[in-house]
Design a protein around this ligand. Sequence first.
Ligand SMILES: [Zn+2]
Length: 125
Amino acid sequence: MQRVALGPNGRVLRLGTEERVFNRHQRRAIALRDGNCIIPGCGVPAGWCEIHHVTEHAAGGPTHTDNGVLLCWFHHRFVDKGPWRIRMNRGVPEVQAPAWFDRSGGWRPVTKSRTRMLDLVGRRT
Ligand SMILES: [Zn+2]
């Protein structure tokens, strides 16, 4: 069992390493935050996903939970070529969908953690 603390916006609080590959503790925390592949409409579960460096490791992107997101094999292979765009906003992943999926062109948070989902439900009632 491992305890992972999430902030009020769903952010994972502190887990980092100098390694290029995310360790199992970071992977668990990211899985807790993201739930599954973060691309909307994709339901590939965390156990089958890879961790993507939002800012590439070669470009100085840290191997840190604030720079890693869950992507399935398919979306990981094609994320750098578009049409989906990913960024981190204070530790929470956001996705900009292609126009055929979302005409607004806006960024939206995509974390699917249970605490985040409960928070969203709570705000609507
Ligand atoms: Zn996917």
